[in-house]
Design a protein around this ligand. Structure first.
Ligand code: ATP
Ligand code: SF4
Length: 320
């Protein structure tokens, strides 16, 4: 069966100040319908670039220099502009960190929701969509302009708009990073319950490992523009097989035993200017061996997950 999303060896470069930054260096990911996928990794690992590439939404400085993204079999990079717009309108929904950025400041919220319903919605439908994202006074919100809303309210409106067309895939790029912790939980609850009702597959790009563990069926760990570990969230986070996943898990507040120091991951994530020769994590990896810096690690399926590491099949995971 054709997977809902298939990303194959995707390479994306940015032209930046006279040099090239390689944001994706052969990223690969397959997602089936109905999955709730948390994509995690430090800043710069390529999460946002991957999310944007799915909808052909990369900025002008970016170019896809290899690989493919297929949504339900359609190769996104070969679609004509009209087909791409149809893909975004009909099958994909996006939520970004800054809701105000996705709303038109000059237009009342109700009109914007009406447009997201592609003109098919009555005023009652608009109110119903705003009520579904648990806005207390949806009629008043519909009459408001975006600047009259709090950040949490604006994000709920953005969610209502993203979900209005019942997309097949919802790509949520750090949707709660700008919200305080209580609102964050409520907004995540709204996103996940609406997606479950609509049968929408979620790709949630996040820094928040515990929240991903709580809400997602699957976790995908990115490093250096590649997916380095991917599998059932409980298996991957309870017993990571990739040394980078293990380091991320150890760095989560609350992971350290009482009184123990929280570990940070020594060193900095790479900024690649071309294809990494070996494993991009090698300079920071406590388990690195000779071949690690020279040879790109193969993808290994082991213990209910896929791992990109020369030592995936060895017992280096023990005791992490
Ligand atoms: P964050 O969690 O901070 O959003 P991320 O994991 O989403 O990070 P990306 O934003 O995809 O990672 O960035 C991947 C790499 O591409 C980084 O090295 C980043 O500096 C670079 N990059 C991203 N956008 C641009 C751009 N518009 N111009 C130049 N380089 C960029
Ligand atoms: Fe570490 Fe080598 Fe595995 Fe990379 S391939 S994560 S350097 S052990």
């Amino acid at each position: 069966m054709t997977p809902l999303l298939h990303i194959d060896d995707l390479v994306v470069d940015y032209a930046s100040g006279g040099r090239t930054v390689r944001a994706l260096d052969g990223a690969a990911l397959t997602v089936q319908r109905g999955e709730t996928v948390g994509i995690v990794g430090e800043s710069g690992s390529g999460k946002s670039t991957l999310g944007s590439a799915i909808g052909g939404l990369l900025p002008g400085a970016a170019s896809v220099t290899g690989g493919a993204v297929r949504v339900d079999g359609d190769d996104v990079n070969t679609l004509r502009p009209k087909q791409l717009r149809a893909l975004r309108r009909g099958r994909l929904g996006y939520i970004f960190q800054e809701p105000i950025g996705s709303l038109d400041p000059t237009m009342r919220v109700g009109r914007q929701v009406e447009l997201a319903l592609r003109g098919r919605g009555t005023r009652a439908d608009v109110t119903a969509h705003l009520a579904r994202v648990q806005l207390a006074d949806p009629d008043r919100v519909a009459r408001s302009y975006p600047h009259q809303l709090s950040g949490g309210m604006a994000q709920r409106v953005a969610i209502a708009m993203a979900m209005a067309g019942e997309p097949e895939i919802l790509i949520a790029d750090e949707p709660t990073a700008a919200l305080d912790s209580q609102i964050r939980e409520e907004v995540l609850g709204v996103i996940f319950s609406l997606a479950a009702e609509a049968g929408t597959t979620i790709l949630w790009l996040s820094h928040d490992l515990p929240a991903v563990a709580k809400r997602c069926s699957r976790v995908v760990v990115m490093y250096g523009g590649r997916v380095v570990e991917s599998g059932a969230a409980s298996a991957v986070l309870d017993s990571p097989r990739h040394p980078y996943t293990a380091a991320l898990v150890r760095a989560v507040p609350g992971a350290a035993a009482d009184g123990a120091r929280l570990s940070s991951i020594p060193g900095q994530p790479p900024v690649l200017t071309g294809s990494a020769q070996g494993c991009a994590f090698a300079p920071r990896c406590p388990d690195a061996l000779g071949p690690c810096s020279a040879d790109r690690p193969p993808l290994v399926s082991v213990a209910e997950r896929d791992v990109l590491c020369h030592l995936a099949e060895a017992t280096v995971g023990a005791g992490r």
